[in-house]
Design a protein around this ligand. Sequence first.
Ligand code: HEM
Length: 223
Amino acid sequence: MAQDVPAFRRARGWQQCVVFAWGALAFLPVTFLAPQVITGAFADLNGDVADVLGTGAILIFFQMLAITPLITIGGPRWFVPLRWWFGEMFFFTAITDLIIAAITTGATFHGGFLARTTGHTFLLLGTSAALLSVPLALTSSHHAQRALGRNWKPFHRVMTYLIWALILLHLLLLFGYNGQRFLQAVAGSIPLAFLRVVAVVGGYCAGRAVLRRDGRPCSGGGL
Ligand code: HEM
């Protein structure tokens, strides 16, 4: 997740305010649950954790996915740091979801820690999606980017798509193919997937045009 901090630093004041306000929204899911965590109201957490943190995590994930297409379509790069920020906040929210679920859902999923985190296929999928965000977060710095070199981008791309697929499967198994939550996630995924294909093909074409230095239109197939 290239952070492109210089573009943000060069941005106008109102643009920087938009970035901070938009980024701050990512704290909302954890903030909503904070009173229950602080007061130790674990019985309520059992019911609320998946709704609040699951929904929050997927919304943050979708916003992270939306940044690249927004740049491709619109051109300005001042909000690029949000891609890194939403990636980190997705990790934080998903791992918090996993930790709270592992501690508090015993009344629903009997049989100990493993049953609460992997006792059903939909739990295993949710847990895997949350755990896969760990290597992404650990390798999101410029230092890790330099260390991984040309492997960094394919690694992040594959991991992101894997998490995306795991989340959709998590919701499919939980709510069924005509379940509202699953359909909402699919409805959010379709435009994002389409715009990402456009962004990737666009980036590929731009790269080829620069290589050939003739600017001729691209014949496609850059995926
Ligand atoms: C990447 C991480 C995750 C995402 C994005 C995610 C997303 C979601 C979403 C959007 C829902 C629907 C919530 C609603 O009904 O409003 C949900 C439900 C659920 N999730 Fe996850 N989830 C994640 C991780 C986990 C983990 C780690 C667990 C447990 C180990 C888990 C267990 C559940 C359960 C049990 C439900 C059903 C709750 C109910 O019946 O209302 N999820 N998840």
